[in-house]
Design a protein around this ligand. Structure first.
Ligand code: NAG
Ligand code: NAG
Ligand code: NAG
Length: 234
């Protein structure tokens, strides 16, 4: 049984039930048409769209890094399994707002075990333990990974059910505890039908060590992380 964090950080994504809005949210699980995401923090500088998200998901996986010649870890990509959290958002907004920290608590108890299981494709086990309520199933709906572009750069790709989006960073803002969690991101969809705007929110973990030795640290490292990914059509 998981214990919930009971304290809500000020910069935590929450949901606000709103009057009926657009109804083009096709969650596999629950109706998101009355859900509007918001953050109660005056310093927070993303503006969430004033429409329902198409999908709210929780990603769990790894941020990957390689050691540069300058002795700094640089991103070499990431991989995550995506779980539909629409029913948590719709039925249990308080649990939804702490879902990433709740899952990260479980992972943090055994990060190496998590990485081994995850790399071996055992994603479901970690998800099962995130199913807090029978009427709010957290089901595996997709995957996040990076694709290589013709010019050698990499782009994040997200698959949810039978749709995908390739993203381009629009803006980034540090997580409330930036030493422990990767930034929150706003991304534009540049390919695919899943979303034309999406966000990485409520991040936990994924931060590389501050320095490395390029002669010693020659292997890619993988750092466990959890984040919300929220997909919109606007
Ligand atoms: C990142 O790490 C995952 C393991 O979590 C691995 O499967 C994947 O291939 C790596 N991706 C990149 C781009 O390095
Ligand atoms: C998930 O929960 C089951 C049942 O409580 C437990 O046996 C298993 O070890 C847990 N897995 C993780 C990754 O915490
Ligand atoms: C959002 O906040 C970050 C960190 O304070 C800043 O670097 C960035 O420029 C801000 N973006 C906007 C659009 O204000």
């Amino acid at each position: 049984m998981l214990s919930f964090f009971t304290v809500l950080a000020s910069t935590t994504l929450a949901v606000l039930a709103a009057p009926a809005r657009r109804t083009d949210s096709y969650s596999a699980q629950c109706d998101l048409s009355s859900i509007v995401l918001k953050v109660d923090d005056p310093n927070f500088n993303f503006t969430f769209p004033d429409v329902a998200p198409r999908y709210v998901t929780l990603g769990l996986g790894t941020q990957n890094y390689t050691c540069s010649d300058e002795g700094k870890y640089v991103s070499s990509g990431a991989r995550a399994a995506l779980f539909d959290t629409s029913c948590l958002a719709a039925n249990y907004p308080d649990a939804f707002s702490v879902a990433t920290s709740t899952v990260f608590e479980v992972i943090s108890q055994d990060p190496e075990g998590f990485v081994d299981a995850f790399v071996g494709g055992d994603w479901q086990q970690w998800a099962e333990n995130t199913t807090y309520y029978e009427d709010a199933p957290v089901s595996l709906v997709g995957e996040h990974f990076f694709i290589k572009n013709a010019d050698g750069s990499i782009s994040p790709r997200f698959q949810v059910n039978d749709e995908f989006v390739v993203g381009k960073l629009a803006q980034s803002t540090p997580a409330p505890d930036a030493t422990k969690a990767v930034p929150w991101l706003e991304l534009d969809g540049i390919d695919g039908t899943l979303a034309n705007l999406f966000f990485r929110t409520n991040t936990q973990g994924g931060v590389a060590p501050t320095s490395c030795d390029p002669h010693v640290d020659t292997e890619e490292i993988v750092v466990p992380y959890v984040a919300g990914y929220d997909f919109y059509h606007i």
